[in-house]
Design a protein. Sequence first.
Length: 387
Amino acid sequence: MVPEGDSRPIRLAVLGSTGSIGSQTLEVAADQPDRISVVLLSARQRLEPLASAITTFRPETAVLTDPTDDDIPALVAGIPLLCGAQAQLDAISSTHPDVVVNGVTGAQGLLASLRTLEEGCTLALANKESMVMAGELMRSTAQKTGARIIPVDSEHSAIDQCLRGGNHGEVARIILTASGGPFRDSSAEEIASATPQQALENPNWEMGPKITVDSSTLMNKALEVIEAQALFDLPADRIEVVIHPESIVHSMVEFVDGSTLAQLGCPDMKVPIQYAISQPQRWPTRFKPLDLASLGSLNFRAPDLNRFPALGLAFRVLDEGGTLGAVLNAANEVAVAAFLAGKISLPRIATLVERAMDHHDNTPATRLEAILEADRAARDRVQEWIF
């Protein structure tokens, strides 16, 4: 974050810049050229869109973390292009951005999150897996360096904003909303026969394939429940989920006096992305405003844990703690990849995740080595069960 009173642009790093969150972050940066200076761009393998962004934004450096081609140029438009996961970590340290948007998908985003916090930079976190796997370690690292963790997920951004209306001790519960995904009104039989193409048709949000499948199983909401506990330090019995098909109310906070604050807006991830970069300020934008009259009504209902058992696994993680969150996340990543490859059915994702949790010998999640070992072991088990 730029110190108060400093008029210089925010130095921004965008990790996973060619993905859904990354590309939308660059749209925000393009709309705010006087307020944002992009100093670091990274992508996993997609050189062509990364090169286009380098040409447009002229960062100090750029990184391909997992290139598939040996013939990678050292410079793109005169900007250094580095390769490898370690190069991304080194670039965070060398450029020292004010804000790092971590839009990397999956467990591979954890080390970048930790390096950002170690450098004392503000972490605009879209990589929820970092908090699911290592919430305690993330918080302790931020406390040591004075870094801040600002959520980018629309639900956690909404809670963060609503919490400004009261003290932490006045919170009765937080209520995460979920669109319910493409199968929210489907029978168990229809879900069992769902194809990857059907699972990728989210009715409200434009997201990458992995998170879209997670939305279809409500595993994404399970991850968000765990992330919410890690971010806001509330016990499991004060975290709830409701299905809200319109995705207009992004989440709510109920206070002890019975008042409930909600954050509303059109389903557009650029809004929480910009807020994570700008807050505590709010910048004018050209985003679509909310027209309540045209909506007519908003609907809410309780989730069905029989059709969507993945959500219940989140509360088991909160009850048992330790490295179980890393296991849930790792098992889910492997199972989702298998589903997208046509190797398993959609309901088997939650079955495999639960089985991995049952086989795990839980340990405290205070050391990175223990977290990464739990992640590795869970992946190996699920791979063996699938293949």
